[in-house]
Design a binder for this molecule. Structure first.
Ligand SMILES: NC(=O)c1ccc[n+]([C@@H]2O[C@H](COP(=O)([O-])OP(=O)(O)OC[C@H]3O[C@@H](n4cnc5c(N)ncnc54)[C@H](O)[C@@H]3O)[C@@H](O)[C@H]2O)c1
Ligand SMILES: [Zn+2]
Length: 366
């Protein structure tokens, strides 16, 4: 079992990573919230029902807590909505939640963001616990950001900082994750290596095959190491005044591709494309020092079965105008320049707020 401590203005919390933890969820939650009498509302991704994870979590919680209500959340980005949150407020009322109650999210980033948003706002905020079931959720479950979408204006536009009291990561649940979701989550771990931890990057190079196969011990170690990077960054800068911005490596281009491609790839796959493209921007800007980084990054992402090129249909003409427009919107850039986090070498990135859009355009094709 791996255990990390996250410093937070709202109260420090633990990330516990191991196999078979859902069975012991009651004891772990009781320790984290220092109570065995709180009402618990378990909100779970309905797609997890066939794998029995919600039943396992509920049984684990019932070993300690007398009042446990569980409720499904529809799978998919669409449930991160105001209507989705409103429906859950009524569930909270029906479940009799009071200010001492705890909302537990069992699922990926969608369930975590939505349940966390409901916990942040119901009765002006009640306690919240994350039980992530995707690799990507090692990123979303730490740091305290919770949000819903506001279509058509954009994703994550309405949200709050509401750190969890515990992140309980049962890696046994990851056995059923579709391959594309596993690869997408691994892209964020590669990003953590590039921005802050060269030894993590090298470790992923050495264990790529085990990670792709979902091997339990390797996956648990990866999550612990990658979570540690996120913990180090948000521990210094929980409210995103400076350092936290480095987490956006690959995301300026990645988010734009994700928005244009309308669900064709996972978020992580779009970030993989974005990391390659932003590395080329670093080269053109004269920021890149480590000449071997582009080929190493490409090789690792390809081994993890991630895409590495901006699709040709987005290069040149109106499609690239649309991509640039989305990047401009994303970073609220001024005039013709855009802001990027660019790599100098493994573990060393810098923010460049002055990238001319002609440089971005030229860096789209590889
Ligand atoms: N709050 C943050 O800081 C933060 C950071 C990054 C991403 N996010 C958000 O996270 C969301 C993406 O998270 P995600 O990639 O986990 O998506 P997700 O929650 O939609 O899960 C991906 C898919 O995997 C399925 N699934 C989940 N666990 C499974 C399991 N164990 N076995 C089989 N299938 C499983 C889900 O039903 C879904 O179809 C986005 O909404 C994004 O905005 C938030
Ligand atoms: Zn991301």
């Amino acid at each position: 079992m791996h255990r990390l401590r996250v410093p937070s203005a709202g109260g420090d919390y633990d990330v516990v990573i191991g196999s078979g933890l859902l069975e012991d969820s009651g004891a772990l939650v009781a320790t984290a919230i220092a109570s065995e009498t709180a009402s618990i509302l378990l909100l779970y991704d309905e797609a997890l029902v066939p794998f029995a994870y919600p039943a396992l979590a509920e049984q684990g919680l019932r070993k300690v807590f007398a009042r446990v209500v569980s409720h499904p959340v529809p799978s998919g980005e669409g449930s991160k909505s105001l209507a989705g949150a409103e429906a859950l407020y009524h569930v909270c009322i029906r479940a009799g939640l009071d200010r001492e109650a705890v909302i537990v999210a069992l699922g990926g980033g969608v369930t975590g963001d939505l349940a966390g948003f409901v916990a942040a706002t119901f009765m002006r905020g009640i306690r919240f616990i994350q039980m992530p079931t995707t690799v990507l959720a090692h990123d979303s479950s730490i740091g305290g950001k919770v949000a819903i979408n506001l279509p058509p204006a954009g994703k994550n536009l309405v949200g709050a900082f509401h750190p969890p009291r515990l992140v309980l990561y049962d890696v046994a649940t990851l056995a059923t994750l579709p391959r594309s979701e596993r690869s997408g989550g691994l892209a964020e771990a590669v990003k953590h290596g590039v921005i802050r931890d060269p030894s993590l990057f090298v470790w992923i190079e050495q264990h790529a095959d085990e990670l792709l196969a979902g091997e339990t011990a390797a996956t648990a170690e990866l999550l612990a190491r990658s979570c540690q990077v996120k913990v180090d960054v948000v521990g210094v800068d929980e409210r995103e005044s400076g350092l936290r911005a480095i987490l956006n490596f690959g995301h300026t281009v990645g988010h734009a591709i994700e928005a244009l491609s309308e669900g064709e790839w996972t978020h992580g796959a779009c970030v993989a494309i974005g990391m390659m493209c932003e590395t080329r921007i670093a080269d053109v800007r004269g920021v890149l020092v480590d000449r071997s980084l582009p080929s190493r990054l490409r090789e690792l992402l390809e081994r993890l079965l991630l895409p590495v090129s901006v699709p040709s249909r987005f290069v040149g003409g109106p499609p690239s105008d649309a991509l640039i427009e989305l990047m401009r919107h994303d970073k609220k850039a001024v005039g013709r320049t855009l802001s990027f986090v660019l790599p100098r070498a493994l573990g060393d990135v810098v923010q460049d707020r002055d990238v001319d859009e002609s440089v971005v355009r030229a860096s789209l094709p590889d």
